[in-house]
Design a protein around this ligand. Structure first.
Ligand SMILES: Cc1cc2nc3c(=O)[nH]c(=O)nc-3n(C[C@H](O)[C@H](O)[C@H](O)COP(=O)(O)OP(=O)(O)OC[C@H]3O[C@@H](n4cnc5c(N)ncnc54)[C@H](O)[C@@H]3O)c2cc1C
Length: 314
């Protein structure tokens, strides 16, 4: 397989070893490169770097030990299908950074980063299985090229169409993996106020935007043309789709605990949004939603800052 790096003179050549072949030193790299590129002995090239790697799925049992955290490949590796290794590492860092900042900025207890493992571990495990089953499907496809693939005539034509269709079906999912990017949700977090609603399922390439707590805050365009993500505050944002709703009690409860909260009015923009009030976290996942404020706004603030959960509040 060949990937363009700069599209002109830098290329990434992947050579896959067969099942049972484990010794990298037995590989004739020059022959592999020439075969894969379809070039003869007169073709000249330079190797800038090379890497040998095994496709594996490994997830650490824990992501935290006292004040030490692991993220990225240190915490999880899988076959880099769907281009999702680095993305997952960045998502880990994004999650951990706001939790640590909440503590360092004085509005969350020391244990709030415990939510990091509770939220990221299940996602990581799930994504790793998506990637590995995808890799297995791709390996099966690569190993099943019909003999008549280059044959002239209808048999060859049909074989090429079948191979092409399968390659498309498998690969379009990984190269346009909207489900992995936008559909993942946190369903067992101690700092999210769940309301019993089911999270919508997602696949590698498809998802349903949703305000079920734990989901990614669905994107919309604001009246002034800004992206919702640019209009939200840097920390918590209460999206209010009905400006007649009085939210002072929640603002007061947040202020009492120094939790940064901005209210954003989005009247008329609620299409696809369930809940007149939706509370979005600093990482743009939903912490709570409702059609009116909860009876005890202080308890909600304590939950989202990690002070309500007995383990987190220790
Ligand atoms: C062939 C291949 C293709 C890939 N394609 C994609 C892709 O398209 N998209 C994608 O998102 N991901 C892809 N990935 C995965 C991606 O490369 C990794 O998930 C990502 O690089 C992990 O980043 P990291 O910072 O967690 O770890 P690393 O990149 O491994 O960085 C860790 C760093 O720590 C250093 N280090 C280790 N020990 C110590 C120490 N004791 N002291 C100081 N420094 C230390 C290492 O030298 C290294 O620089 C691919 C991976 C492979 C192998």
């Amino acid at each position: 397989m060949v990937y363009a790096i700069d599209g002109r003179e830098r290329w990434l050549v992947h050579n896959y070893m067969k099942a049972g072949e484990t010794d990298f030193d037995t590989v004739d790299r020059d022959a592999c490169i020439r075969t894969i590129l379809g070039v003869g002995a007169d073709f000249k090239y330079d190797i800038i770097s090379k890497e040998d790697w095994f496709g594996r799925r490994l997830i650490a049992n824990r992501f935290r030990e006292r004040s030490a955290f692991i993220a990225g490949d240190a915490a999880h590796i899988w076959v880099p299908y769907a281009g999702y290794g680095m993305n997952a590492g960045i998502a880990d860092a994004m999650n951990l950074s706001w939790l640590l900042a909440a503590y360092l900025n004085g509005w969350a207890p020391l244990a709030i980063p415990d939510a990091y493992e509770a939220e990221r571990w299940p996602i990581t495990s799930q994504v790793s299985r998506f990637a590995m089953s995808h890799a297995e499907a791709e390996i099966r496809r690569r190993g099943a090229v019909p003999d008549e693939i280059e044959e002239a005539g209808p048999r060859g034509e049909r074989a090429r169409q079948d191979v092409g269709r399968l390659a498309y079906e498998i690969n379009v999912q990984q190269y346009a993996c909207a489900g992995l990017n936008f559909g993942t949700y946190y369903d067992r977090s101690p700092i999210i106020a769940y309301d019993g609603s089911e999270h919508p399922p997602y696949t590698m390439d498809s998802y349903t935007p949703s305000t079920v707590p734990g989901c990614r805050t669905p994107h919309l365009w604001c009246e002034d043309g800004r992206s919702l993500y640019d209009a939200m505050g840097p920390e918590f944002t209460l999206l209010r789709f009905d400006s007649t709703l009085d939210v002072t009690a929640l603002e007061t409860a947040a202020r009492n605990k120094a939790v940064p909260l901005r209210v954003l009015d989005l009247e008329g923009k609620e299409a696809g949004y369930e809940g007149r009030l939706v509370l979005s976290r600093p990482d743009q996942h939903i912490a709570w939603r409702g059609n009116r404020l909860p009876d005890d706004p202080a308890a909600l603030i304590d939950r989202i800052r990690g002070a309500a959960h007995p383990k987190l509040a220790r």
